[in-house]
Write a protein that binds this ligand. Structure first.
Ligand SMILES: Nc1nc2c(ncn2[C@@H]2O[C@H](COP(=O)(O)OP(=O)(O)OP(=O)(O)O)[C@@H](O)[C@H]2O)c(=O)[nH]1
Ligand code: SF4
Ligand SMILES: [Mg+2]
Length: 408
């Protein structure tokens, strides 16, 4: 994705579900007026969720997710169905595509029940109406109305009603989150220093996403952003006529930065701000003390939001287990997941340590927190765990009074 496009996690996620051959992939092509998805009369053409970032007018930047059929068969089919259902956890809007010829089936009803349980806005799309008589169309509409009043007759093949469907999707646009990364902590003209170490882990020629997003949010709020490496931080502080309003650092440089920044200057980290933005900070802070109870053999799940690890490299697999062993003086058993995978059953774990989740949208992050909360398994994150184990958590959440209170 180019640097000029909206980050994936900030896009409205629209999941397309339905039985095999219902016309899910055809519908995506019709709605986007592009040949993006592979279409065939062979059942089960789409075998893995496929993500397409695009501008969908009149909605704006979206992530459209094509999914495998929810009626797939056999062991492999079952796995594919599970993958399709996992996609529901990150959807802001759901389209259930029904093959008008077969009508609404048990599988469609099951999926829709899940959509309603999750309180997700959605539309039942009755596709292939070009193959139905007017009488049949009327009967199908009556049946679909039993599920929801948001149902539309369309034809992905002829384009019938596709424009109307797009407008109906746009009408379901979720309210934008009122949360800000950092803007609510700032006044216009406040100076914020962002500390971004440029080490071998830093991507060539650019800043990583959380750093870009925080800087952008500083600018959006008419504050002043000053970006430095930790090696230039002391000089930067000296050059300012008054102390900065806030210093935000990469968590890995916490210890060093905390020594340089005077105690009266509020200090926090990108990952703490990111967790707050995604709604999972409070949980993470409450959970972190579980580290004090870890014993030999306890299972700890380390979960990362993406599989390419470009930004996180070996934090999850090497550094985090090392820090935890050192801090707890115990030999816990570490388990790992990454990407879309997140276990539905966490009961065997004493603690979950999640990454910052910069590639996951708010819905998915909240879902993971909900799973952990519901099962009573504490879930913290990298930034909070690192700060806690280095004894500086109190300080790094002090700019956030509600969170700091949790540690009193
Ligand atoms: N007549 C008609 N055929 C359609 C329509 N939409 C899709 N089809 C046909 O239905 C078949 C299945 O379409 P796909 O888009 O591949 O269906 P899918 O739901 O993505 O199927 P899987 O990926 O196998 O789960 C293809 O042969 C399409 O040409 C429509 O509106 N009318
Ligand atoms: S914070 Fe998580 S989602 Fe973001 S790059 Fe690291 S592993 Fe991937
Ligand atoms: Mg398909």
């Amino acid at each position: 994705m180019s640097l000029n496009t909206t980050p994936a996690a900030e896009r409205i996620h629209i999941g397309i579900f339905g039985k095999r051959n219902a016309g899910k992939s055809s519908l995506i092509n019709a709605v986007t007026s592009q040949d993006l998805a592979i279409v065939s009369e062979q059942k089960g053409t789409t075998t893995d969720p496929v993500y397409k970032a695009m501008e969908l007018l009149p909605l704006g930047p979206v992530m459209i997710i094509d999914t495998p059929g929810i009626d797939d068969e056999g062991d492999l089919g079952q796995l594919r169905i599970e993958k399709a259902y996992q996609v529901l956890n990150k959807c802001d809007i759901v389209l259930l595509v029904v093959d008008a010829q077969t009508g609404i089936t048990k599988e469609d009803k099951e999926l829709w029940a899940k959509v309603q349980e999750k309180n997700l806005p959605g539309i039942v799309v009755l596709n292939k109406v070009d193959l139905l008589s007017e009488m049949q169309q009327a009967m199908l509409t009556v049946a679909a109305m039993q599920l929801t009043k948001h149902c539309y007759l369309v034809s992905a093949e002829t384009g019938f009603n596709i424009k109307g469907l797009k407008e109906a999707i746009a009408a379901l646009k979720p309210k934008e989150t009122e949360r800000q990364l950092v803007g609510d902590l700032l006044h216009p003209y406040d100076v914020v220093i962002l500390v971004t170490p440029i080490d071998s882990a830093a991507p060539k020629g650019r800043l990583i996403l959380p750093q870009q997003q925080v800087l952008r949010n500083v600018l959006d709020n008419n504050a002043i952003g000053l970006v430095v490496q930790e090696t230039e931080l002391a000089q930067a502080l000296l050059k300012l006529v008054e102390p900065p309003r806030l210093v935000v650092t990469d968590s890995q440089a916490f210890a060093k930065v905390a020594q340089i920044v005077p105690p009266n200057v509020p200090l926090t980290s990108f990952s703490i701000l990111m967790a707050r933005y995604k709604g999972s900070l409070e949980n993470a802070v409450r959970a972190v003390r579980t580290l004090d109870t870890i014993q030999d053999g306890d299972k700890i799940l380390i979960s990362e939001g993406c599989t390419h690890h470009r930004q996180c490299q070996d934090i999850g697999t090497v550094k985090m287990p090392g820090w935890i062993r050192q801090y707890t003086r115990a030999e816990p058993e570490f388990c790992f997941t990454s990407g879309g995978e997140f276990p539905a059953d966490l009961s065997e774990y004493k603690l979950v340590v999640h990454c910052g989740g910069c590639m996951l949208n708010e819905k998915e992050m909240l879902h993971r927190n909900k799973v952990a909360l519901a099962q009573g398994v504490p879930m913290t994150n990298y930034g909070i765990a690192i700060a806690y184990m280095h004894g500086i958590l109190q300080r790094t959440v002090s700019p956030l009074p509600d969170i700091a209170k949790l540690l009193e």
